[in-house]
Write a protein that binds this ligand. Structure first.
Ligand code: NI
Length: 226
């Protein structure tokens, strides 16, 4: 499942985040690429311990913890600290797959990357190119979202970022381990949650609301890993 999550950050948060990021000290993105990605990757990144990355990363994680659509779709168990990249002047990131296991910086604790997240800080009219192309079961999907919006996609997907030929593409990217390892099971729970919410809004006293909520939680109980 590939899902757009709108308005993760408010306009005020975006303005603040952009001023912090634009003043930060960016470095060559190759410093954090693995064997496979080092040849494909051409961008700038913020070091994980940079004060700007920590401050804006914290803003993102607080916003996501209060976002019901994100919570329902991702069912997150652990979220890695958000990282940041910037593409301009023809920079791109060729086709790659994200590493399956990553260490939470400074802890030694490892998490499995089930879902990848990209949050956009620049609007689509501010740069040319820079589409995130995700190869899904049903073909390739091109993603270029409004500022403040985020895409959530399976970390199992091959993906690339097209060259940015005008302006600059500024994004946050990070990974999470879900309580539900399998994308297909996570999709079933997400669809069921959406349907229950709709039923509860339209028929709040219907007995099926409680029964279906029970089914949802019993499936989650069977499948969740913690
Ligand atoms: Ni990637």
């Amino acid at each position: 499942m590939i899902l757009d999550i709108p308005d993760v950050l408010s306009p005020d948060q975006l303005t603040k985040a952009r001023s912090i990021l634009e003043a930060a000290a960016w470095v060559d993105g190759k410093t954090t690429a693995g064997h496979q990605a080092v040849h494909a990757k051409d961008n700038l990144q913020l070091p994980v311990d940079s004060p700007a990355a920590l401050e804006v990363g914290d803003m993102i994680l607080r916003a996501l913890s209060a976002n019901p659509l994100f919570t329902s779709a991702a069912l997150p168990l652990h979220i890695l600290p958000p990282m940041f990249n910037r593409y301009s002047g023809g920079q791109q990131f060729g086709t790659h797959v994200d590493g399956s296991v990553r260490v939470i910086p400074g802890t030694g604790h490892r998490i499995r990357t089930d879902l990848s997240c990209t949050l956009f800080f620049a609007g689509p009219d501010e740069y040319d190119g820079g589409e995130l192309i995700i190869e899904d079961t049903y073909g390739a999907k091109s993603v270029k979202l409004p500022a403040g919006h985020m895409v959530l996609y399976p970390s199992t997907s091959l993906h690339h970022v097209k060259p940015v030929t005008r302006g600059a593409r500024l994004c946050s990217f990070f990974w999470l381990q879900s309580m539900i390892r399998e994308d297909s099971r996570r999709s079933i729970l997400f669809d069921m949650d959406i349907a229950i919410q709709r039923l509860a809004a339209e028929q709040p006293t219907h007995a099926s609301v409680v029964q279906l909520t029970g089914v949802y939680h019993n499936l989650l109980r069977q499948w969740a890993e913690m």
